[in-house]
Design a protein around this ligand. Sequence first.
Ligand code: NAG
Ligand code: NAG
Length: 497
Amino acid sequence: MKNNPKVEDNFPWDQTMRNHFTTFPKFLISSILLISILCIFYTVSFSNSSNKDLNIITAVHGGREEVAVAPPPVPSPKPSPSSKTTLRQIVFGIAASARLWDHRKNYIKLWWKAQMRGVVWLDKGVKPGIDDHLLPQKMISGDTSKFKYNNPKGHRSAIRISRIVSETLRLGLDDVRWFVMGDDDTFFVPDNLVRVLSKYDHNQFYYIGSSSESHLQNINFSYGMAYGGGGFAISYPLAKALAKMQDRCIQRYPGLYGSDDRIHACMAELGVPLTKEPGFHQYDVFGNLLGLLSAHPIAPLVSIHHLDKVEPIFPNMNRVQALKRLNIPINLDSAALMQQSVCYDKTRSWTVSISWGYTVQINRGIFSVREMEMPARTFLNWYKRADYTGFAFNTRPVTRHVCQKPFVYYLSKVSYNKVMNQTVSEHVQHQVSNPDCKWKMADPSRIERVEVYRKPDPNLWDKPPRRNCCRVLPTKKKGTMVIDVGVCGDDEVIELR
Ligand SMILES: *[C@@H]1O[C@H](CO)[C@@H](O)[C@H](O)[C@H]1NC(C)=O
Ligand SMILES: *[C@@H]1O[C@H](CO)[C@@H](O)[C@H](O)[C@H]1NC(C)=O
C-alpha cells in the first residue's frame, strides 16, 4: 500500500470488479467492505509485523494493492499466498499480427484451453473466425506512433509488442499471479508452465525465461535477456512496477531492435535480473529439433518457439499434425515430456536413449551418459552454420560413421493403463535407408517397435531434478524392445558395464 494511488487510478480495476456485482445489493457490499477495511487497518496497526500477520493481510487482499484505491467486493474465497498457483492465475499476452493470423492461430489452438485467460494482441482487426471460441480473446494494441524507433534493421512493431504485459495488466483482471508473454508461433505446455511458476513467490519481483540457443544472438542482445518467443513470465507486482515506468523507459531506448530487449532494458533499470528456467525454448535454430528434444535438460518443457523455422517434430506430417501428436503424451503425463533416460542393452552392446513422449534411439556400442545428454547437432544455428562454437551450450556432432548412426523410433501412440497405473508408449522405427555396417554385433534394424512403460508422476518436479532410470526388459515379442522408465531404485546407477 505504499504505492502512489494516483497511478492506480489509471487502471480500470473498479470497473471490471463492479461488472461482476451489479446484481448484488450495493449497500451490503459496502458494509462488508467497510468492516473488512477496518479489520485490516487494525491488524496492520496493532499486530507486530511478524511474517504470519503479513501473510494474513496479503491473503485478504489477494496479494494486491488496489484495495487502497477502490475496495473490490470480496468475490470467491481468496487463495492464501502459499496456495499452489493454478493455470487460471496465469494470464497470457500473445503477440500476433493481422497479416499472419489465419496461419498462426492454428498453433495457438493446439495449446489453448477454455479455462485459461489471456489476450492475443493484434496490430489491427481481423475477420471473426468460426474457431474464435477455441482461441483467446483478441484485442488491438494501443497506438505507439508517438514513440521513437530508429533501429535500422528492426521494425517499430517491437514497441507495440513490448507494451503487451502492461496493456494486459491494465485490463484489471482479478486474482492474477503471473503475466506470460509469448509469440503467435510459440507452443506452450501449460501444465509445465504452472509447475515452473509455482516454485516462485508471485508476490515478489520475478522475471523468468531463458536466453537464446545462439551464442551470437546472446552476444548481440544479452545473456541476461528473456527471449520473447520462448516466452517469459513477469510476476504481478513486477508487471505493475513495469507499467508505471515502461512508456518513459521505451523512449530512452529508441535504438534497440526488438520488444524483448526493450523489456530487458526496463528490467535492468528496475534492477530485476533474469531468472533462467531451461524449459523455455526460444529455439533460434533451423532444421531438425531431434537433437535438442531428445536431450532435453532435466527440467519441465515449457515452450517451443519458431515453429515455422524448424521442421515438423514428427516425420511425414505437417507442423500442426506433429504438435497434435505431441499433445497425446502431454495429456497423459506432461511432467515427463521429453525427459531423457539412458540405459544399455548389455547382451547386445547397445546404448538406448529415450526422450519420453517423443523418441527412442538405439545406438550400436556403448556411449556414456555424459555424451548422450549432449544434443546432437541435427539443427543449424541462427546464422545457418553448423559450427559448434555458435551455440550457447554443449553439442555433439551427428556421427558420420555408418555403424554409429542411431536408429530412431518416433512415438506412434500412447495410452494409460489404469490398473497398472502406467503409460504405455509405442514407438516405430523411422524408415530411412540403413547404411551397411560391417561390425560383427547385433543389428538394431531388426527392432521395428519399442514399447516404453512409465508410471506417471505428477509430482516429479516437486523434488530436486534427477534423471529417470530406464531398463531394457526381456521380451518374447518378435522385433520388439520393451523398456521400463521410472524413478531410479536405491543404488541403481546407469553403469557402462
Ligand atoms: C548480430 O551480430 C552479427 C555478427 O556481428 C550480425 O551479422 C547481425 O546482423 C547481428 N544481429 C543483430 C540483430 O544485431
Ligand atoms: C500412480 O503412481 C504415481 C507414482 O507412484 C502416484 O503418484 C499416483 O498417485 C498413482 N496414481 C494412481 C491413480 O494410483
